[in-house]
Design a protein around this ligand. Structure first.
Ligand code: IMP
Ligand code: MG
Length: 177
């Protein structure tokens, strides 16, 4: 493979495992939202492959929108200070909203998003995250849909980056910095 980087570690979640679990999450969301098709809010950039696979596993007339945030901090640790780089086009008032995230690490980014979107008066607001890092959240983030719980190691691929790279890997791998 052209991406020869000594920091690239072993596969933590394979393509097959990702697709199987996303199929299950899609089925759960389909059942839970049968009478109220949701608006899925994809948090860019990391959640884009997850959103793309998840919507195709949901058998409902969903709508999607995108929000880009960037958190201040080093490349591998967030400070919790979040800046909205691109806001939503959609109005959330009265909508059943599901935030689609790539990974919840400290939970600070998600805490900010919940507050920011919560004041827009959605009818309901839930979170679907592909990954949760074990044991690092300062408060229980109350996550309705979780793909995988993983150890608190830095991972890349399937949307997750280090220095904006490796988002295009088809699986999730350790990155040993
Ligand atoms: P939190 O605010 O600490 O929960 O961090 C959430 C954000 O940090 C995610 O949306 C990612 O952008 C980034 N992040 C956290 N852990 C990782 C990782 O292991 N790999 C790549 N990005 C990560
Ligand atoms: Mg992210």
């Amino acid at each position: 493979m052209a991406m020869e980087d000594p920091h690239l570690g072993k596969v933590v979640i394979s393509t097959e495992e990702l697709q199987a679990r996303i199929g299950e999450l899609g089925a759960e969301i389909t059942a839970d939202y049968a009478d109220r098709p949701p608006l899925l809010v994809c948090i860019l950039k990391g959640a884009f492959p997850f959103l793309a696979d998840l919507v195709r596993a949901i058998d409902l007339p969903v709508e999607i929108d995108f929000m880009a945030v960037s958190s201040y901090g080093s490349s591998t640790k967030t400070s919790g200070i979040v800046r909205i780089v691109k806001d939503l086009d959609a109005e959330l008032k009265g909508r059943h909203v599901i935030i689609v995230e790539d990974v919840v690490d400290s939970g600070l980014t998600l805490g900010y998003l919940r507050r920011n979107l919560g004041v827009r008066e959605p009818a309901s607001l839930e979170v679907c995250t592909l990954l949760v890092k074990e044991g690092l959240q300062r408060v229980d983030p109350d996550l309705a849909y979780v793909g995988f719980r993983i150890p608190p190691d830095f991972v890349i691929g399937y949307g997750l980056d280090v220095g904006e790279k490796y988002r295009n890997l088809p699986d999730i791998r350790l990155y040993e910095g």
